[in-house]
Design a binder for this molecule. Structure first.
Ligand code: GDD
Ligand code: MN
Length: 368
């Protein structure tokens, strides 16, 4: 029988922990193929959550307690994973809040999805059938929705609706491989880092809708300001799309810089300088995208492969030039020349950026 290790991080969950553990173990009879093991990672809660666990261990043999210093949610989870790998050797890990916000009745559904082939199952509050508490204040709703929106579009993965919720089932190999990637994220942001890692490594992601209940007792431990800042920083520093836009801006500066130098200062023929400036910008874009924006899908296979992909890259870039030239000319004919720069910016944002991003991903930096 395969083992599923449920990690329950706790800090002052004395009012909730007994009920949640009873509820989780009561699911065992509904799942024949899986042995549930619970690892409570308690950060020495002053309210003596740990003592309750020790009492419950007399009743439940599949209940483990790991006591850690209080170092944040991400750190607590990492220690819980290590404990589970060493002591339990599970096939998968289930992550859950220990405050009743995540309904244990959903556990069989998570396991079903794993049996059907998923590697990483996320309980989503933001697709059909999911929900957040109605009485949440407006600032909390905006924060949660806003964070998910920024991550979803920052990573250009609109199909993944939930990045932050902590109700998940994850196959062990993903967590083991992610160790290095998540090691520096000790707070709540580690949830985003883990899912991002799984997607980059082609894990099969499946979402199931869940109702995110109100906490049964106690208060949330989240530090909203710190969490938002860390999430924003994570997306900014890891999003291939944002890097791709930055590379585009660098390309523009190179192109413009060489043109200015050659045409204005050195008085060289315009066509030679334009050829030189655009091709230099194209080469810089190609290299920066390859070694930075799409580093996780870097071109492999020797110089010939590089050369062929560079030719393709030039083809896509010529497409951009053609679209810009024709598009701008068309808009100028229709609306006049006065606002040409505005039209140019709109064409770049709404046509050139999506066009290049999609084509790069489809033809040059394909998923491995
Ligand atoms: N051991 C330990 N150490 N446990 C902690 C710590 C810590 O430093 N900080 C929080 N916890 C425990 C809490 O006791 C709770 O069981 C669980 O981790 C989640 O913390 P909550 O305080 O309930 O957070 P939340 O409900 O506001 O946060 C939810 O949303 C986050 C972001 O969307 C959860 O679903 C999180 O998992 C999620 O990341
Ligand atoms: Mn919670």
């Amino acid at each position: 029988m395969k083992k599923a290790a449920i990690i329950l991080p706790t800090y002052n969950e004395g009012g909730n922990i007994e009920e949640i553990i009873n509820d989780i173990f009561s699911q065992q009879k509904l799942i024949e193929n899986w042995q549930l093991e619970i690892v409570v990672v308690d950060s020495c809660s002053p309210d003596k959550t740990g003592e309750t666990i020790k009492q419950l261990q007399k009743k439940y043999h599949h209940l483990h307690l790991l006591e850690t210093p209080k170092e944040g949610l991400g750190k607590a989870y990492k220690k819980g994973f290590e404990y589970a790998f060493n002591k339990i050797n599970p096939y998968l890990i289930i992550q859950m809040d220990a405050d009743g916000q995540h309904d244990p009745k959903k556990i069989p559904e998570f396991l079903k999805e794993i049996e059907k082939g998923a590697d990483f199952v996320v309980g989503t509050r933001y697709s059909k059938g999911g929900s957040i508490p109605k009485n949440w204040g407006i600032h909390r709703k905006i924060l949660s929705l806003g964070a998910n929106f920024i991550i979803r579009f920052g990573f250009m993965k609109p199909q993944v609706t939930e990045w932050t919720n902590g109700y998940r089932a994850i196959k062990t190999w993903i967590i083991k491989n992610a160790a290095n990637h998540i090691k520096n994220y000790s707070g709540y942001v580690f949830q985003v880092a883990m899912l991002d890692f799984a997607i980059i490594n082609n894990a099969v992601i499946k979402e199931i809708p869940i109702h995110f209940e109100e906490r049964k007792s106690g208060i949330s431990k989240i530090n909203a300001l710190q969490y938002s800042a860390q999430t924003f920083f994570y997306v900014f520093s890891h999003s291939p799309f944002i890097k791709f836009v930055i590379v585009g801006i660098i390309g523009f500066v190179i192109d413009f810089g060489i043109s200015y130098l050659g045409i204005e200062r050195l008085q060289k023929p315009v066509w030679i300088i334009t050829l030189l400036s655009t091709e230099t910008a194209i080469l810089s874009n190609f290299l920066l995208n390859n070694f930075w924006s799409f580093a996780h899908k870097k071109i492999e296979g020797g110089p010939m492969k590089y050369f062929l992909n560079f030719l393709k890259f030039n083809l896509v870039s010529s497409g951009s030039v053609a679209i810009q030239t024709l598009g701008l000319q068309l808009l100028v004919i229709i609306f006049g020349r006065k606002l040409w720069y505005l039209y140019k910016i709109l064409i770049i944002i709404f046509i050139i950026i999506p066009y290049s991003y999609i084509l790069y991903n489809k033809f040059i930096w394909k998923s491995k």
